[in-house]
Design a protein around this ligand. Structure first.
Ligand code: ZN
Length: 261
């Protein structure tokens, strides 16, 4: 039953939606109940469903404003929360809410060895960084498929692309990461030559640079891939990643928004 509801939601969200609002919704807006209901109903449909579960659907509260800011951060392609928290009558936020390729908020895909990537943290209930945007989920699925075709098919004992953290259930700041606030970034663990993953740095002999090279190429081949942060000087020289403090023991992957449709 739950799956069915998700399918209906996805089906609906892939068509251009006309949302008519007469005045501003959100922070400092007129917040007419009909306008608020239209905006929140669309956000719920796109997976920001805590608004429907917890809020009165025709009223604006801080949760609604924070959710509008999360949506604005996503459509702008940023990884720390920004935005003015309001939906203007003919503004960019409203246009993105109406877009056929509007961002959907979702649990990140679990993956499998057969798909070339795995997100085994979904099973770890002590960690909640399992949520993100459909654009990132699609890029990770695509990267897994490409990595499998290009590398795993000829190195069947190599590590699979192993996703660690994305974002918290409702996005926003997290003590575990400087960014990761808007579901547009995931971390992946370092592959070992023996096919296991994680717990090492790029300087250790166990590190499988060939597998990592193939993972990064597979990710960067995805249409929405933005950049990779990883302190591997060899792969940096090949143009596959950039340095950033704290990225000796994992790679950080980010996606961009698509052109709005
Ligand atoms: Zn990261």
């Amino acid at each position: 039953m739950k799956l069915w509801a998700q399918d209906v939601r996805r089906f609906k969200s892939e068509f251009k939606m006309t949302i008519t609002i007469l005045e501003i919704v959100g922070l400092g807006g007129a917040n007419n109940p009909n306008d608020v209901r239209a905006v929140k109903t669309r956000l719920v449909e796109l997976g920001f469903d805590w608004l429907g579960a917890e809020g009165v659907i025709d009223q604006v509260d801080q949760l609604t404003i924070n959710t509008i800011k999360l949506f604005q951060t996503i459509k702008t392609g940023l990884n720390t929360i920004t935005g003015d928290g309001r939906v203007d009558v003919n503004g960019d936020t409203l246009k993105w809410l109406q877009a056929s390729n509007a961002p959907r908020w979702q649990t990140m895909p679990a993956g499998s060895r057969d798909e070339g990537f795995i997100n085994d943290e979904l099973a770890d209930t002590s960690d909640q960084h399992d949520f993100g945007v459909s654009w990132l989920a699609d890029a990770l699925r695509g990267a897994g498929a490409r990595y499998k075709a290009d590398f795993l098919s000829v190195h069947p004992n190599a590590a699979v692309l192993s996703i660690n953290d994305t974002s918290l259930p409702r996005g926003g700041p997290t003590p575990a990461h400087a960014t990761h606030q808007s579901g547009l970034a995931s971390d992946i663990r370092l592959p070992h030559k023996d096919g296991t993953v994680g717990g090492i740095t790029v300087g250790q002999t166990a590190y499988d640079r060939s597998a990592m090279r193939a993972m990064l190429k597979a990710f960067l081949a995805q249409p929405l891939a933005k950049r990779v942060l990883l302190n591997d000087s060899v792969l940096k020289a090949e143009g596959l990643c950039n340095f950033a403090s704290g990225h000796d023991n994992h790679a950080h992957l980010e996606v961009n928004p698509p052109p709005r449709e």
